[in-house]
Each structure stands twice: as structure tokens, then as C-alpha cells.
Unconditional design. Structure first.
Length: 336
């Protein structure tokens, strides 16, 4: 299956027989059978697509994602039939006020902190002999992160609203250790003064935000297919237009999918080119390629090897099962 990612301005998408036809400057550059397309992501302006393409995508269960040039999702086209289940959504709404909601909020952050630690461990192991001083510093940070993560087990609260502040406090202190560790790894290769989210114009944060946008679209698709309500989360607060549950589940996968990919890319000498305060076209293509490769990479899950994007889908279904009272929810932790 192919994830089609469009980043070139002026691309046109059409349908010929049972194939998606991609044209640039009026010339056909690729034809892909719709049955071989898993998703279609448009991450640039000036792209045209026919109503036939939209209908064919819907009939084949292909979700169409739209991202800004900085990687922020702003629209999604999908079949309304994919979210036709109602029992799961009823239980999801009710869970906000009981122990299921608090359990999920804690689990999402526990998974995030474990995966952040494993990213540092992954890069630290190559520094044990090459840079012992850096290795010791990373080990010290990992020990402090473990102590902070252990606090999650002692948090008390009967509802998400009562627990949220303490959970985010724990996450924030661990994040400071983590991002300072990432800064030490990057060293003098590239300037990185810390994590910035909205409006970031430096290369590292811009690359991270772009990668998160790709991951975010993947998670949104998995949440929809699992019959969950994307806008009814537990960890993130409700706000019009804010897909809180998508943000919740994305937390588990940020470090192992995006951070590891981009830090590794920078450590190997790749450059992140900026043009007028945003990522250059060539850089966006390369980032998309690498993040999609990471989503295609296999990880151990339930005793077997699965692609990471498949694991995301399975975790979304696990959330749904947990909300319906059909088992417990365990966050995904990637290998290192």
C-alpha cells in the first residue's frame, strides 16, 4: 500500500480508469491504482483534484488529509460511514467523568515519557565509548526522568479534570530533561535552544512540527476507523475545533516516530533548509519521506512484528475496547 504525499505546488490529481493520476506542469509523473493507496495527503497550496478522485478515494476507504506548508492539518475528507458506530462514542463521553478517563490520561503520558526515555537511550548507546562525558550526562537525565515518571503511579483524582494539572506538571518536568538531552546530542551540529511549538521559525522546531503534522493525520485516521469521537479527549481540554482525543493518542508516538527520525537525520549531517521563515520544498519532501518510512518500519507489538502505522491503528482500537469495558489499555512503548 502507498501513502501518497503531495508537496509540489501546482500538482493536479485526476482519475483514469481505476488509477489515481498525478500530473505536474501538465505532465503525468505517476499513476497508482486506487486499491494500492492507503492515504492521500496534500501538503502544499495550488493543488487541484477532481470530484472523481474524491469519490474514488471515499469508495476505497482512502482518507484525504490537507496540511499547511508547516505541517499543520487543517482539513480531512473521509466517508461518514467510517464513524457510524455509536456505542463506543456513548461510552467515550461517559468515561470523561469516571475512572476510565483518568486511566487513559495517565496511560497516554506514561507512554510518552517511556518513549522519550527510549529515544535518549537509543542515541546514548552510541556515545558510551565515543563521548563518555555526554553519555554520563544523558544517563543522569534518564535517571531523573524515571523518577519523575514514577510519580504518575501516585497521582490521585476521580475525574480527568481533577487529575489533569498534576499529569501535565509531571509531563512538563520530564520534557525539560528530555529536550535538554536532545540539545546536548545535537551539540554544535545545529542550533537548538529548546522546544517551541506554535510559530517556530528555527530549523529543528520547524522540522519537528512538520513531522508531528504527518503523524497527527495518521492518528486521526486511526481514531476515526476505531469508531471514536476525535474531539472528545481526556488529557487535552475541550475546545471548538480541537481534536482532543487525536492529540491524546498522538502523545504516545511523537518521540518514537518523529523525534527519533529527525534527530537521527540531523546527527547524520542532513540540513534543514528554511525559506522565508518556513521549511524549503526539498526539505519538506525529505522529511515526509523519512517520517513515512518510520511509520512503515516494524516494531514488536503483542509478541509479533507490525508496522508502526498498524500499531497506531491497533492502539486506537484498544482505546475503543477499553472504553466499552472489554479489557485494559496499555500504552505502546517502542524498542531502542
Amino acid at each position: 500500500m502507498t501513502e501518497v504525499f503531495i508537496v509540489n505546488f501546482g500538482t493536479s490529481l485526476g482519475k483514469k480508469s481505476e488509477r489515481l493520476v498525478i500530473k505536474e506542469q501538465g505532465k503525468v509523473v505517476e499513476e497508482i491504482p486506487f486499491q494500492d493507496v492507503s492515504s492521500l495527503t496534500i501538503a502544499t497550496r495550488g493543488v487541484s483534484l477532481s470530484s472523481d478522485v474524491v469519490r474514488e478515494c471515499i469508495e476505497h476507504g482512502i482518507q484525504i488529509n490537507f496540511l499547511t506548508s508547516s505541517g499543520k492539518p487543517y482539513a480531512k475528507v473521509t466517508s461518514p460511514q467510517l464513524s457510524g458506530t455509536v456505542i463506543t462514542r456513548r461510552e467515550q463521553i461517559l468515561a470523561y467523568t469516571d475512572a476510565r478517563g483518568t486511566a487513559l490520561a495517565v496511560a497516554f503520558i506514561e507512554g510518552k515519557l517511556k518513549n522519550q526515555a527510549n529515544v535518549l537511550k537509543y542515541f546514548a548507546k552510541y556515545r558510551r565509548a565515543a563521548d563518555p562525558a555526554l553519555y554520563r550526562e544523558l544517563e543522569a537525565r534518564l535517571k531523573r526522568m524515571e523518577g519523575i515518571r514514577a510519580e504518575l503511579g501516585g497521582l490521585t483524582g476521580t475525574t480527568v479534570d481533577e487529575l489533569r494539572g498534576a499529569v501535565f506538571s509531571t509531563e512538563g518536568r520530564a520534557a525539560q530533561e528530555y529536550w535538554e538531552g536532545i540539545g546536548l546530542l545535537l551539540g554544535e551540529k545545529v542550533e537548538f535552544s529548546g522546544r517551541e511549538r506554535r510559530g517556530a521559525e528555527d530549523p529543528v522546531n520547524s522540522a519537528l512540527n512538520y513531522g508531528y503534522g504527518i503523524l497527527y493525520s495518521q492518528v486521526w485516521g486511526a481514531v476515526t476507523l476505531a469508531g471514536l469521537e476525535p474531539f472528545a479527549g481526556f488529557l487535552h481540554t475541550d475546545r471548538p475545533g480541537k481534536p482532543s482525543l487525536v492529540l491524546d493518542l498522538t502523545e504516545e508516538f511523537r518521540a518514537c516516530v518523529v523525534d527519533r527520525t529527525i534527530v537521527g537525520m540531523l546527527l547524520r549531517g542532513s540540513e534543514v533548509e528554511m525559506e522565508e521563515g518556513r521549511l524549503g520544498d526539498a526539505t519538506r519532501r525529505e522529511l515526509a519521506r523519512r517520517v513515512l518510512e518510520r511509520l512503515d518500519a516494524e516494531e514488536s507489538y503483542d509478541g509479533k512484528k507490525h508496522k508502526t502505522k498498524t500499531i497506531i491503528q491497533r492502539q486506537a482500537r484498544r482505546v475503543a475496547s477499553f472504553l466499552r469495558g472489554e479489557g485494559r489499555y496499555k500504552p505502546f512503548v517502542a524498542s531502542w
